[in-house]
Design a protein around this ligand. Structure first.
Ligand code: F6P
Length: 463
């Protein structure tokens, strides 16, 4: 079997900055993928150095070999804080109002993608399958091709692909998509993002698009585009069930909330996650049902993320203010309705918290998939499961149709959903949970890896 060379901005090594608490779904998913396949995982170390040297360092952690490089401070500012997280991230999450279009950061993005290619190219062996991940590294395939790499190269986008009308606001949008068409296989989380991408290729680029096979023909080359919904590492996640960390965490929450219903949200502190809107919805619920203030407690865990980017500093301040307002207005000497926790927890502790919480609130304004929703379902006690309230704009909503689906922009809809969850009889809770659990268990990260890897391996049949 061919070796897998996985490339992403961040890798899951203990020393990498952000490795604890705030790493999102990607790192966990790739860790699981690489545990099964021989290969290497290449990415940025999370460290900055005065000048880029091109030196790499290798380490093996829990059976996975990662190779990392350090980046210069200017690289990080322009590529990571700049183009990736102040341009592409907001635009791809439909936040045109937050997207910055600066030539300097666009150049930095190209430069760092070239640095990735420079370091990775010498490691590639003839039969390797190369799998590039996420919006940080869209041009990397083209950069590798320019260095003579003819291996099969796949790309997976972990975040949404925007509607064409929004995407064309990006200067040089055509150039970015042209680089995507240098991959052999391009994967998206859902059919919706895939359709938007195909729409752009056909209408703006004039490519020939076959929606049935996913084949896009452009300037004599063929790329296959498909949807591959990512899942959780179900078995690994469930291994926490019997562990003491999860049990202690569960007990901690149960004891501290006593006879009140615990409702939980766990998100990187990011404006795409809809946390202030969620707090507004909870405020609206308390306005409508003031007698429930004593019955319900909301725990929001939100580890800080991308703290050097201004829009992230703003969302943090906004959230602190909103939480303070509701708590100020609704607290009693012996009761605080919202517990806002600005730090990350281990996966085992989260398992325990999810299990103790009778309502899981996952209400992003836009999200590629959202694995918190899937973890919340997996962690429930099947005999007395909690209820998932899920945004209709998360990729996960296409699979978890038995959640209570909400419009996260509407405080009234959120308040309605909380009320519905509180009133739901056990029988209905169990039925909904059972159906969602089947999807979470079966459409897991191993399936996702296998599907993508298999299609990439046989892609020469199409090209
Ligand atoms: O899933 C999207 C994503 O941007 C991943 O690429 C990333 O690892 C994760 O969220 C966390 O973000 P960051 O690496 O910027 O902390």
């Amino acid at each position: 079997m061919s070796r897998l060379v996985v490339i992403s901005n961040r890798v899951a090594v203990p020393k990498a900055r952000g490795a604890a608490g705030a790493q999102g779904g990607l790192a966990g998913a790739l860790n699981a993928a690489l545990k099964k396949h021989s290969g290497i995982w290449f990415g940025w170390s999370g460290e900055d150095v005065p000048e880029f040297t091109g030196e790499t360092s290798e380490q093996t952690f829990e059976g996975v070999t990662t190779v990392t490089m350090d980046l210069a401070k200017q690289d990080i500012d322009e590529y990571y804080n700049g183009y990736a997280n102040a341009t592409l991230w907001p635009l791809f999450h439909y936040r045109l109002d937050l997207a910055e279009y600066e030539q300097e950061t666009a150049k930095g993005y190209e430069r760092v993608n070239e640095r990735f290619a420079e370091c990775v190219a010498p490691m590639v062996e003839e039969d390797d399958l190369i799998w590039v991940h996420d919006y940080h590294l869209i041009p990397l395939g083209e950069r590798l091709r320019a260095r003579g790499i003819e291996n099969r190269i796949g790309f997976f986008l972990h975040i949404p692909w925007p509607a064409t009308r929004l995407f064309v606001s990006l200067p040089y949008h055509e150039r970015l998509v042209r680089t995507m068409l240098r991959y052999d296989l391009v994967g998206f989380q859902t059919a919706e993002w895939l359709e938007s991408f195909m729409h752009y290729c056909e209408k703006e680029l004039g490519a020939e698009v076959d929606e049935e096979t996913g084949c896009i023909t452009f300037e004599g080359r063929r790329t296959i585009a498909r949807a591959y919904p990512i899942g959780i590492d179900y078995e690994h996640f469930m291994s926490h069930e019997a562990g003491s960390d999860a049990r202690e965490a569960e007990q901690r929450l149960v004891t501290s909330t006593r006879d009140r219903t615990a409702m939980i949200g766990v998100d990187r502190l990011d404006y795409s996650k809809g946390i202030p809107e969620r707090i507004d919805g909870i405020g609206r619920f308390f306005d409508k049902y003031p007698e429930c203030v004593r019955d319900l407690v909301f725990i929001q865990i939100a580890p800080p993320s991308r703290e050097d980017v201004e829009s992230y500093q703003q969302i943090r301040a906004e959230l602190e203010q909103k939480t303070g307002e509701i708590n100020g207005a609704r607290s009693e000497v012996d009761l605080v309705p919202i517990r806002y926790v600005n730090r990350g927890y281990s996966q085992a502790e989260l398992f325990g918290f999810y299990r103790a919480a009778k309502i899981g609130l996952v209400t992003p304004l836009r999200d590629g998939m959202n694995l918190v929703a899937k973890e919340y379902v997996a962690a429930q006690d099947p005999d007395d499961p909690g209820i998932l309230i899920l945004s209709q704009f998360a990729g996960a909503a296409l699979q978890l149709k038995d959640a209570i689906l909400v419009n996260p922009h509407s405080p009234d809809d959120l308040a309605r959903a909380i009320n519905q969850a509180l009133e739901m009889p056990l029988k209905e809770r169990k039925e909904r949970h059972q159906k969602m659990l089947v999807s979470v268990r079966d459409e897991n990260v191993q399936e996702w890896t296998e599907n993508f890897r298999r299609d990439l391996a046989k892609v020469s049949q199409y090209a």
